[in-house]
Design a protein around this ligand. Sequence first.
Ligand code: PHE
Length: 369
Amino acid sequence: MEDLESLKTQILQNIAAAADLKSLDEVRVAAMGKKGAVTEMMKGLGALPQEQKIEAGKKLNVLKNEIEQAVANRREILENEVLNQKLATEIVDVTLPIRPEIQGRVHPVSKIYEEVVAIFGQMGFDVAEGPDIEDQFHNFNALNMPPNHPARQMQDTFYLPHDANEPFDMDKSYVIRTHTSGMQIRTMENKKPPIRIIAPGRTYRSDYDATHTPMFHQVEGLVIDKTTTMAHLKGCLYDFVKAFFELDEIPVRYRPSYFPFTEPSAEMDIGCLKTKTELKVGAGSDWLEILGCGMVHPNVLKAGGIDPDEYQGFAFGVGLDRLAMLKYGIPDLRTFFESDVRWLKNYGFAPLDFSSMTGGLSNNGGQTR
Ligand code: PHE
C-alpha cells in the first residue's frame, strides 16, 4: 500500500505520455486489465486484516476512478487529434471549378429554345412538334395562301419532289417548311379549343447572309378561345419579351403589317439603343423588330376545322436564332451553324444550368463566357 502513491504517479505519467489511442489502451490494460497492477492489488485486499482492508479498499477505489477519468480525458484529446489530422488531410476547396472540366456546351439556340419553353410553359402553353417536311396544304393553302398567292413567291421555298421516280410536279411537291405556321393547322386538326400552344422548330428558306441562313429556327404561338382578343395578344407578348430579356420594363410598339393568315396583322418592335458597336435592348430611342403576329384569319380557322363564328384567337411567330443573337450579342447568324468548337466554347452554355422561371433563365453566373 505504501507503493500506491508512486504507482499512481507512474500510471498517470504513462497515460499522459501515451501518444496514440493504441498505446493509451495498453497503459489502461497494464493498470486495470485482468492482470493489471491495480487489479492485482484489488485481489490482494482479501489477505489483509479487516480494518486495513476497508481503508485500502477505499484508497484503491479512489485510485481506480482517477485512472479511469485520466484515461477518458486522454482518449478525448487523442481522438480529437486523429479527427483534426483527418480533416487537415481531406480538405476540399468547394470553390474550385469541377475537374475534369465539363467539355460539352449547350448551343445558344438550344438555350433559347429552353428559355422560351420555360416562359410560355409557365403561362400555361403546351409545346407542339411537327414535321420539317411539310405538304403544301399545311405550309400554304390552309394558311390562306392558295396556289398563285403572291406570298408564296416571297418565301424562297425549298421544294421536294413527291415521288423520286416521277417528273417534278409543282402542285404535288412537298416543301421543307418555310415557317412554323403550319403547326397552327396541325394543332387545330388534333385539338379542340381552348388552344394554347407554342411550336418551336427548324424552318428553311433559300437565303444566305449575316442575318439569314437556309436553315433557321422559329417558335410559333397559337391561342384560340371564344373571347380571345388582340388585347390578350399584346399582354401575352409583352410579358414574354420582359421575361425573355430579363427586364422589369421594356418599351414595345406594334406596327400594322400583312400576313395572309392573320387579320389584322402586326409586327412587334422593342425599344433599344443602337450604337456603332453595341445594341442595348430595353431603353433608348431606337426600335427593333422582333416578331410577327395577328388575329387568326377566319379562313385559317375554317381550314383547321374550327368555326370562326364561335372561336377566335391570335398567333405569332418569332425567330429563335434572332433572339439568341440579340440576347447574347452574337453578330453573325452564319456562325451558328459552322460547328466550330471554339465558337461553341465561347458562346455556349454550361450543360447543367437548366433554364427555369424560378431558378433563372439564362443563368448568367454559370455561363462559360
Ligand atoms: N409565319 C410568319 C413568318 O414566318 C410569322 C407569323 C406567325 C406571323 C404567326 C403572324 C402569325 O414570318
